[in-house]
Structure formats: structure tokens, C-alpha cells
Design a protein around this ligand. Sequence first.
Ligand SMILES: Cc1cc2nc3c(=O)[nH]c(=O)nc-3n(C[C@H](O)[C@H](O)[C@H](O)COP(=O)(O)OP(=O)(O)OC[C@H]3O[C@@H](n4cnc5c(N)ncnc54)[C@H](O)[C@@H]3O)c2cc1C
Length: 564
Amino acid sequence: MHQYDIIIIGGGLTGLRAAIEASESGNNTAVISKVHPLRSHSVAAQGGINAALGNAPGAEDDSWKDHAFDTVKGSDYLADQDTVDVMCREAPSAVIELEHMGVVFSRFEDGRIAQRPFGGAFFPRTCYAADRTGRNLLHTLYEQLTDMDITFFDEYYVTSLIRDKGRITGCTALNIVDGSLHGFTAKATLLATGGYGSLFARSTNAPINTGDGAALAFRAGVPLKDMEFVQFHPTTLYGSNILITEGARGEGGYLFNNKHERFMKEYVPKAMELSPRDIVARAIQREVDEGRGFEDQFVHLDLTHLGAEKINERLPGIRSIAMDFAVVDPIKSPIPVQPGQHYSMGGVASSIDCSTPVPGLYAAGECACISVHGANRLGGNSLLETVVFGKIAGESMVKGVKNISAPSIDPVKSALKAELARIDSILTRDKGENMASVKEDLKNVMFDHFGVFREEDKMKAGIKQLEKLNERLSRVVINDGGRLFNQSLIYTLELQGMLLISNAVAQGSLSRQESRGSHFREDYPKRDDEKFLKHTLAYYHDNKTVIEYSDVTLGRYPVKERVY
Ligand SMILES: Cc1cc2nc3c(=O)[nH]c(=O)nc-3n(C[C@H](O)[C@H](O)[C@H](O)COP(=O)(O)OP(=O)(O)OC[C@H]3O[C@@H](n4cnc5c(N)ncnc54)[C@H](O)[C@@H]3O)c2cc1C
């Protein structure tokens, strides 16, 4: 049995930033991560992190309030304005802190941190490290922790949260390397497990982004918030769906259809390619659906006019991705792009201090819905959320563990028994459904029925298919019955959680009879503030997903039509 004051589940940017705070307070802290922290998905972030530093020429007047306004407008007014204020107000000091820790930001000639334009932002305010911002941030935070008194459980897969008398008091985790199951107690537990992008085919996310935190919380009786809001990024590389950063359009890239028209002028003549992601993604999908795409699949993102020097300096990673995965050199030819799943706006319901409705449990980063992104996230705001709310989560847990006595180990012992039985039932089944094919079918159902354009009949058909997938899941069989480094077992445990939370995405989408941000209903194409200026809360009761609604926190920015 492992006993800690604070347990952080997740070694990405959120988890590591929280760990710094927890460890500095002297609390006995552990970080549990199913992959080595440096392989967490944060490492893949490309384009940058937002802060109103006002460094870019002409952006001297930028302020955190402008940033907050852009964020609220970008969210289609669903973001909670108090949490947005916190994030945007803290942004400049968070970025400067990262710089002081050693992040190698790109610079303007005068030495100040460089900032590029991103969609939906009035001023260029995205700070970046070429197109490898996440890697710079993650390595720097990890380096900070190497000096601190903290225990890392790398390649441990958390299988359940322990709930004792209404409080979360720890978790169980499988050591992936040797197959042993471990019990943990904690006075405070943080979920920092990233998004649920792997629910969808055509995703920019790594296969590890399976929404485990949401599933762990859902099973433990914690509501999930706004799960239907799934961001589809406009520009993913055709064929592999690797992300082509918004920074490519920020640096001046153009989108062309098969008639060589910059078609964005038909949709948003002013902001064009730098409109927010939901709008550009829908425009591209329309072009393709109406026959103006290439091979009925993609449009062109043209960077050729930027020239070799700019591309090599600002977008070197994008150039090599395009060359390696599409055999296209962006210096000479346009990149084939199509919309793909990219970000999870929904997640574990958590408050401004990162606490959840269940005492002892906190959630932050992409796995949480603290509601800074509402119905559509602006590029560059997610990295910001990880560091701002990672820090706040750490601070809240430090406060929260004061005067709490060590939890009982008995509930952990019972949970270990139950989890062993669940694992054994997978390992010992010798006939049934192929796990990989159930997973692939799930991704296709989610993309086809709950994708860029949604509609009632299509979604109802999708929900029927999810029911069938649930039946198949109960019969899933894997070829490896061993315990050592059994990845098939991990994939199956992940899949159980994925199907569980798919229901929350599906039911939330069906119930929301309006279009807002990333959630676009062909049958309800208008926003309906009267009925749906609300957060969706999904509860898991008696093996069923139940949908309720709660109020949005409004503030200084009145709810208006969203025009760019
Ligand atoms: C390709 C790409 C590019 C992006 N670029 C940008 C950008 O330029 N700017 C921006 O603002 N945002 C960007 N984003 C979004 C941003 O990178 C993520 O939202 C953010 O990094 C998420 O960080 P996180 O700490 O919440 O989670 P992650 O970095 O995903 O970390 C999750 C952690 O949880 C652990 N974990 C998960 N489940 C379990 C379990 N069951 N047991 C134990 N451990 C578990 C994992 O091992 C991992 O350590 C991008 C996203 C993608 C996909």
C-alpha cells in the first residue's frame, strides 16, 4: 500500500505544474503516469501559448481584458467569465515564470518574447518556441522537478478511484511493466489525465488520449460537463491527421479550394483564415461536401508565398511533418488538409479552484471542464490553462489536505479485489470479440455520427450503434493472457472507459438542440440562449447517462451574436 498526502494522476503540463506547487509545500506527493511524463501528449503542442504581453509591433495596447473578451467571444459565450478572467489575468506572469524556468521562447529582434497571430484573437498574442512549444514547456517543467522531493510512478495505469464516505481517498493502479496491481491512499487526488480525442477517428491526438480521467470520475459519481463540445481542428494533414498548427495560418498561410479560390472570403470576409477553429473547420468541410475539395477529401493550405527562410525559421516541424507524412515540401507545394478531432472542451466538472463536487478530488487541464473554453477553444489557450490551473490545483490541494487525517486503507483493499477480478475476467476470456475492431468501430461511429455536422436522426443511429458496441465490449477477448507489459490489457481497460464516456458525448449532443461553437446541428442551426445558455452536466446513475443543466457564470462581457 502506498500512502501519500497528494496524488497527481498525469505527468503532462498540468500534472507537472501542480506537482511543483505540491512538492514545494512539503507535502508527501506522488505523480502517477501511464507513460513517461515526457511522452505525455503536451509534448506535441506546436503553435504556442497566449498571454497579453503586447510585444508584437502594433499590439502594444493588448491587455488581459482583451484576451478575456476574445476568449469569451470565441467560446460562443459558454465559458464561465470568472475562470476566464483568472486565466487571462495570470497569463503574462505564467509565461514570464516559464521563461525564468528556462523555456527557450522564440524572440523578436529586440530580444522580447515573439508573439504570432492566432484565430479569434484581436492582437497577436501567442508566444511560441518555433512550432515545438509544448516540448519546450514540458521538458523545462520536468527538469524543475528532478531537483524536488517527489515520487514518480511512471508507466502505472490508474484503474479506479477510491470513494469512501463521500470522499475520494486514493486510487488503484496497474504497474504496466510487471502487471502488479497497487493501492494508493491520498488526502487529495488530482486528475490531470488529458483529453478524450481518441474517441474519434481522424484525430490529431496521440492514442494515449483516451479520456481515462473522465471515465474514472464518471464511475466515481462525479459529473462530466459540456462533453458534447469537441473541437475539430481545420487543418490536419490528409492521410494521417497529424496537426498542421494554426501558426501556419498565423504566419500568413492561405486556404484554397479546387477552383483556386481563397474560399474563406465567402464565409468570413474580414478574418478569413484567422477565424476561430470551429468556423474554419465547418467552411472546409462544406467546401469538400459541396465538391470544391480535392479528391472529395481535402483542401490546400498554401505556404509557398511565405518563402523558404520564414518556413524554415518559424515552421520547421510543419515542413518536416508534411515532407515525411505527405511527401509534400511546403516551400514548393500546398499542404493537403482536412478537419480532424483536436481538443476536448468538456471534461470532469471542476470549479475555479479546481475542486470537483466530490471532496478530495480535483481536476485540471484538458481532462477537466473548468470552463475557460466554453463551446470553442481559441488556439494557444490550452497550454495556458495547463500552467495557470495546474498551479491553482496544486495550491488548492495544499490547502485542502490541511487538517485531513490519513485515509483508511480498507476501502483500497476492497477496490484492489474488485479491480483484480475485472482484470482477470479480461485475461481469462478465450473466445469473443476482437478488441481492436471494437475500438476502431467506436472511433468511426463517433466521427461519423457526432462529427463536424450533427443532426438528430444521425445521432440517434449513432447511439444505437454505441449500444451494440457496449454488448460487443462485454465479450472482448485479447490474445495476450500474461501480465508483463500487457498493452492489449491496457487498451481494453481504456476502451471500457472510452465507451462509457462516449455516451456522455452522444447524449449531451442529442439533448442540446441548438448550434453553439463546435457543436453544429444541421437541424438547429441557430444558437438558442434562452434554452441553452447552460452547461450540460452528465451523471452516471444505474448504468445510465443522465443529462442535467447548470447556469453559466456571466460577467463583464454581455452575451452577443458572435461575428468576426
Ligand atoms: C497536436 C497538438 C498540438 C497542440 N498544440 C497546442 C498549442 O500550440 N497551444 C495550445 O494551447 N494547445 C495545444 N494543444 C492542446 C494542448 O497541448 C493540450 O490540451 C495540453 O497539453 C494537455 O495537457 P494536460 O496536462 O492536460 O494533459 P496531457 O499532456 O495529455 O497529459 C496527460 C497525462 O495523464 C496521464 N494519464 C492519462 N490517463 C492515465 C491513467 N489512466 N493512469 C495514469 N496516467 C494517466 C498520461 O500518462 C499523461 O501523463 C495541442 C494539442 C495537440 C493534439
